[in-house]
Write a protein that binds this ligand. Structure first.
Ligand code: C2E
Ligand code: MG
Ligand code: MG
Ligand code: MG
Length: 292
């Protein structure tokens, strides 16, 4: 990049750039300590079955409780973790923490349904995902079938024998597999039949367009049809409005996740929600009331 800039290459060494480099080095070193210091926490966002309207599971979403910075959202530090390779270690922590939480709830008679965790492509390539997951399930005596992994399309692009073996072993151990942000990655669809996938999650960017413009629903509808014809469950993420939900109900989407029902919640609030057992009908009533 500096070479392309040619004679103007000196521009790269401005004070602003120095600051950026320095911030990045600080971020990397703070992240290196964050795991050992126990600064990561998981929040849980409910997923609701459209038929019946009950909570059927949660997505575990990581946050970084960075001293002096408050609760940092994942988009501000996951990319840095992926670049430095630390994502393998943090990803391992996320898997273990989710398994421990499921087991803790289970021991207290609380049933969250399934809990999904996000898996970065790097965990597939450099880490030992299979060992991490099977190890965490065994260590925490996690109930069979409660853990789900959210994979991205890029994880599945390299369809080596090893990928197929890993996914098959995980499935055999009762782990559910879903494809996150479906439709935003490379669209080689062949892997859908080659891999033992259970669910597709329609990305929020497509849900946002539903009920907005005349053909704003085109991609959402295509994913719903594709998923159903392959007998996969389809989950809509980022559902915020009654109009979006109405569309998803009409086209028999299986599950929804989004602010319309609930944002991601800290553990205590998640437990409170599980005790209160709200349904989608409660959310409908709340929004109808708010709309007057
Ligand atoms: P994602 O897996 O697609 O997760 C959904 C994101 O959408 C979450 O953001 C969630 O809070 C947000 N969201 C849910 N419903 C709504 C809604 O109705 N409206 C809007 N505007 N947003 C909604 P969050 O928690 O900030 O996470 C962002 C991304 O960070 C995740 O996207 C995921 O790719 C990544 N991520 C989170 N936790 C982990 C993790 O443990 N490991 C890895 N590798 N990535 C993670
Ligand atoms: Mg996800
Ligand atoms: Mg997603
Ligand atoms: Mg998404």
């Amino acid at each position: 990049q500096a070479k392309q800039a040619g004679r103007n290459a000196f521009r790269f060494f401005t004070p602003a750039m120095n600051l950026q480099v320095r911030r990045r080095l600080e971020l990397d070193s703070a992240l290196r300590n964050a795991v050992t210091r126990g600064e990561f926490v998981l929040h849980y966002q409910p997923k609701v079955q459209l038929a019946g309207g009950h909570v059927v599971g949660f997505e575990a979403l990581v946050r970084w409780n960075r001293p002096g910075h408050g609760l940092v959202p994942p988009n501000d530090f996951i990319p840095a973790l992926e670049e430095s390779g630390l994502i393998t270690e943090v990803g391992r922590w996320v898997i273990a923490a989710a398994c421990e939480q499921i087991s803790d709830w289970s021991a207290r008679g609380i049933d969250p349904g399934h809990v999904s965790v996000n898996v970065s492509p790097r965990q597939f390539v450099t880490g030992d995902l299979e060992r991490d997951v099977l190890g965490a399930l065994a260590n925490h005596h996690t109930p069979l079938g409660a853990l789900e992994l959210e994979l991205t399309e890029s994880s599945l692009m390299t369809s080596t024998e090893a990928t197929i073996a890993t996914l098959t072993h995980l499935k055999d151990a009762g782990v559910q597999l879903s494809i996150d942000d479906f439709g935003t990655g490379y669209s080689s669809l062949a892997y859908l039949r080659r891999f033992p996938i259970d669910k597709l999650k329609i990305d929020r960017s497509f849900i946002r367009e539903v009920a907005r413009s005349s053909d704003g629903d085109a991609i959402t509808l295509a994913i719903l049809r594709l998923g159903h014809s392959l007998e996969l469950e389809v989950v809509a993420e980022g559902v915020e409005t009654a109009a979006q939900l109405q569309y998803l109900r009409r086209h028999e989407c299986d599950q929804m996740q989004g602010y319309y029902f609930s944002p991601p919640l800290p553990v205590r609030e998640t437990e409170r929600l599980l005790l209160a057992r709200p349904t989608l009908a409660d959310a409908d009533a709340r929004w109808a009331l708010a709309a007057g």
